[in-house]
Design a protein around this ligand. Structure first.
Ligand SMILES: C[S@@+](CC[C@H](N)C(=O)[O-])C[C@H]1O[C@@H](n2cnc3c(N)ncnc32)[C@H](O)[C@@H]1O
Length: 367
């Protein structure tokens, strides 16, 4: 986004989308981890002032609200540690004031750290301390990295974060800015830090999408993260629009699945992109529903000539595609079976795929 000068600014529509995904993911992430671990950490590395000009919550409050709502609704104890970092002095003071108000309402087992510090220094210190004592492992953590630009979160730091067993990152990758400044004089070092290696003139001819693809590739190659998703968001600016990409990375299929659900929830047609169609209303694009034909083609070409257990098909959908398990049976398998394009083996109950195997013919009939 255009970098605001004020310590508090108006919430633009595109940021609401980012917040929607964050909240949808937290709603899924918190219950899963809290049921298994003694401590769970949410780091908001570029926390902002915590509140927008018209009172809307910023990311730190969104995270606290997710916890409070969940605790109230489910009556469960979530041993959360919130770490909010903000480098700007005025924004930190605002953040401190709004979080201090909430601190009193938090259960005693919830920890809240609010620091006036740059993300890179503080995160490095945190990771150094873990290495020097205890198990050497960080509790399961989600790191929300939401800067104005593309500095302050070098790949070497992301790599360190990824070394911990249940760590995940959700990064605002300012692809439009990266694309605009990638070859500007004096930016080479910043680009090398961001991508984690000497990128030379590789960025020269790549588009905005190419910048994101390259970042994703580097994330998957240089860190321990195995799964990566991104959601494209367009922001309106005086000189047109500029894109940024919310990039999520995890080692766990479950995290991948849950973030996909969060993104599908935000963009039900599965395009994983948002562009304000109308600057007045800021309406999201109209949705047509998921294009499950894409999934059908993918399955047919991948499993052509094979016989596969339904559970393996589901695992493939979750781990290897942008689709969810719910997109498999009714939208894809039912019509394929009706058209005689798959054979369902071992069915014991009408219309059920439970325990079945699916045989894909050597040559699918449609393209
Ligand atoms: C995009 S805003 C954050 C918005 C916030 N995450 C939200 O969604 O409500 C980026 C914030 O990072 C702060 N910032 C800039 N450089 C930083 C750094 N190196 N470390 C931590 N915070 C930084 C800025 O002052 C600004 O408040």
């Amino acid at each position: 986004m255009t970098k605001p000068i004020d310590s508090v600014w108006e919430l633009p529509d595109h940021s609401r989308v980012k917040h929607e995904i964050l909240r949808a993911y937290l709603d899924r992430w918190m219950p899963i981890l809290s049921s298994k671990f003694e401590r769970v950490i949410f780091v908001d590395g570029f926390a902002g002032p915590g509140v927008y000009k018209n009172g809307e919550p910023g990311s730190p409050l969104i995270a606290i609200n997710a916890l409070m709502d969940f605790t109230t609704k489910m009556g469960l104890r979530i041993p959360m540690r919130f770490v909010f970092l903000e480098a700007d002095g005025d924004r930190y003071l605002t953040l401190k004031a709004v979080t201090d108000e909430l601190r009193l309402e938090l259960p005693e087992y919830v920890q809240l750290f609010v620091e006036n510090a740059p993300f890179e220094d503080e995160a490095t210190g945190l990771l150094d301390n873990i290495g020097s004592g205890g198990s050497g492992h960080l509790a399961p953590s989600l790191w929300f990295i939401d800067p104005f630009g593309y500095t302050g979160f070098p790949m070497k730091l992301i790599r360190r974060i990824s070394k911990h067993p249940s760590s995940e990152v959700f990064i605002n990758f300012m692809s439009g800015y990266v694309n605009r400044f990638k070859t500007k004089e004096g930016q080479q070092n910043a680009m090398n830090q961001l991508f984690g290696r000497d990128v030379g003139d590789e960025l020269q001819d790549v588009s905005i999408d190419g910048c994101v693809s390259m970042y994703r590739r580097e994330l998957l190659q240089q860190t321990d993260f195995r799964y990566c998703l991104h959601f494209a968001i367009a922001q309106r600016q005086k000189q047109g629009e500029s894109w940024y990409h919310m990039v999520f990375a995890t080692k766990h299929p479950k995290g991948f699945e849950k973030m996909k659900e969060a993104m599908w929830k935000t963009d039900p047609d599965g395009g994983f992109r948002y562009r304000a169609r109308d600057s007045e209303s800021g309406q999201l694009l109209l949705f047509d529903g998921p294009d499950c034909e894409v999934l059908r083609r993918r399955l047919q070409s991948h499993f052509q000539g094979k016989c596969v257990r339904v559970e393996d098909l589901e695992a493939f959908v979750v781990e290897e595609t942008l689709f969810l398990v719910k997109h498999l049976r009714k939208p894809v398998l039912d019509p394929l079976e009706a058209a005689g394009e798959i054979e369902v083996i071992g069915r014991t109950r009408k219309n059920s795929y439970k325990g079945c195997q699916i045989r894909f013919p050597t040559q699918p009939r449609r393209g």
